[in-house]
Design a protein around this ligand. Structure first.
Ligand code: ZN
Length: 160
């Protein structure tokens, strides 16, 4: 069968950046399983995999708009220390959930001084063109429970 909405698709993949450096890979972890048509993966990769079957390989370069978005300077904010419940425990590199106009986002602490703590709500891959090298290793119908949850259960998916 071919990858289509409401299928579980299993992929082996390697993601590299413009400089050829490997950003992420399934190698050593086993395939990733995702539910096609449910926003489990970035749109550019899902579109490239539509209609593919086991044994197909896909090489695709995905611009930021179909990946993790453009880098948005408005998502970087210097927040007064007093707005944090426990500012002395905060360190550069920490991540936490914050509210935004688009709902909850993950922000990363990127800088701090005596007055402010700077947080960045951009995804770490925002603004990057993503180069994927993918092998399709499984395509199956999703179960009713998987469709209900909007994600895959079992190997390569969620365990709960
Ligand atoms: Zn579930």
């Amino acid at each position: 069968m071919n990858a289509d909405n409401n299928c579980v698709v299993e992929i082996e993949y390697t993601l590299t950046g413009d400089d050829g450096e490997v950003i992420d890979t399934s190698e050593g972890r086993g395939p990733l399983a995702y539910l096609h048509g449910h926003n489990n993966i970035i749109p550019g990769l899902e579109n490239a995999l539509a209609g593919k079957a086991v044994g197909d390989s896909v090489k695709v370069s995905i611009p930021p708009i179909d990946g993790y978005g453009e880098h948005d300077a408005d998502l970087i904010r210097a927040v007064p220390r007093g707005e944090f419940p426990d500012p002395d425990k905060i360190e550069v590199g920490m991540q936490f959930q914050a509210s935004s106009d688009q709902g909850p986002i993950v922000v990363t602490v990127t800088d701090m001084d005596a007055e402010n703590i700077t947080v960045d709500g951009n995804h770490e891959l925002a603004g990057h063109t993503l180069h994927f090298d993918v092998n399709v290793v499984g395509v199956r119908e999703a179960t009713a429970e998987e469709l209900d949850h909007g994600h895959v259960h079992g190997p390569g998916g969620h365990h709960h």
